[in-house]
Design a protein around this ligand. Structure first.
Ligand code: G1P
Length: 267
């Protein structure tokens, strides 16, 4: 089953400059916890046991956040204030980190997970996308489909036509309501997007993806794109797309970040 997940958190956060010079987007606060805390919670709640977080030079605060804080715990205990940390308990998953030396794109970041992944299918959670599932966690919806169909599965959302150029966009055959068998996938189409179904940041991928990641050349934005590797994979393997049953917030967009904060009640 799906026990391993990769969280690529190495991007520059250019959409959110200048604050991202010093605060990684993944550390933006939501109700007292950083955004990436919710991603780790989602993974843990979906049965993930081992996590690899891909960071870059300026992201040490992410590593610090998930570390134990024995001094702080001792101080709180001596003052009988342990409850102050309880709200921020790190979910019980094993977390390791790797650094992406250069910002060469999502495909390049995922390729760093090859050793960690080994021979198992695995989950990818993009930490920009906070997904509040209606019935189950976003990634769990994909894991359950993976169990049923045994193929790769990616999360989709219907978006307005003028927004499609910011996403990976699929062409697919509808198999049942909101479930598609992919025929094609294009990263950030400049014109003529093949549908209004955009990829959002949850994937279940077979380890064969690494073979295709080695073959991709720089694509949209001059970066190595995961989407381009998935496109190559489609020649051999099935990939399903599922319109997620829930609300997705892109925390890189200020209006969606604010909506999310309001939903939780505070920064
Ligand atoms: C990435 C993926 C894109 C996907 C998007 C979802 O793009 O490359 O296919 O649609 O995440 O958030 P980015 O937003 O990193 O440019």
């Amino acid at each position: 089953m799906i026990k391993k997940a990769v969280i690529p958190a190495a991007g520059y956060g250019t959409r959110n400059l200048p604050i991202t010079k010093v605060i990684p987007k993944e550390m933006f606060p939501i109700n007292g916890k950083p955004a990436i805390h919710y991603i780790v919670e989602e993974a843990a709640a979906s049965g993930i046991e081992e996590l690899l977080i891909i960071v870059s030079r300026s992201k040490n605060s992410i590593i610090d956040y998930f570390d134990d804080s024995p001094e702080l715990e001792a101080i709180l205990e001596s003052k009988n204030k342990q409850h102050l940390l309880q709200n921020a308990q790190i979910p019980k998953v094993h977390i390791q980190f790797v650094r992406q030396p250069r910002a060469n794109g999502l495909g390049d970041a995922i390729s760093l997970a090859k050793r960690f992944v080994g021979n198992d299918s695995f989950a990818v959670l993009l930490p920009d996308d906070i997904i509040l599932g209606k019935e189950k966690a976003g990634i769990l919806e994909l894991i359950d489909l993976y169990k049923q169909y045994k193929g790769n599965v990616i999360a989709l959302k219907e978006v307005n036509e003028d927004e499609l150029k910011n996403y990976g966009v699929i062409n697919g055959e509808e198999m049942e309501e909101s479930l598609y068998l992919l025929k094609d996938i294009i990263e950030k189409p400049e014109s003529s997007p093949p549908s209004n179904l955009a990829v959002i940041g949850r994937y279940i991928l077979s380890p064969s993806i690494f073979k295709y990641l080695e073959q991709v050349i720089p694509g949209a934005g001059g970066e190595y794109q995961l989407t381009d590797a998935i496109k190559l994979m489609l020649q051999q393997d099935n990939c399903f797309g599922k319109v997620i049953n829930g609300q997705r917030y892109d925390i890189g967009k200020m209006d969606e970040y604010l909506q999310l904060i309001n939903r939780f009640g505070s920064v």
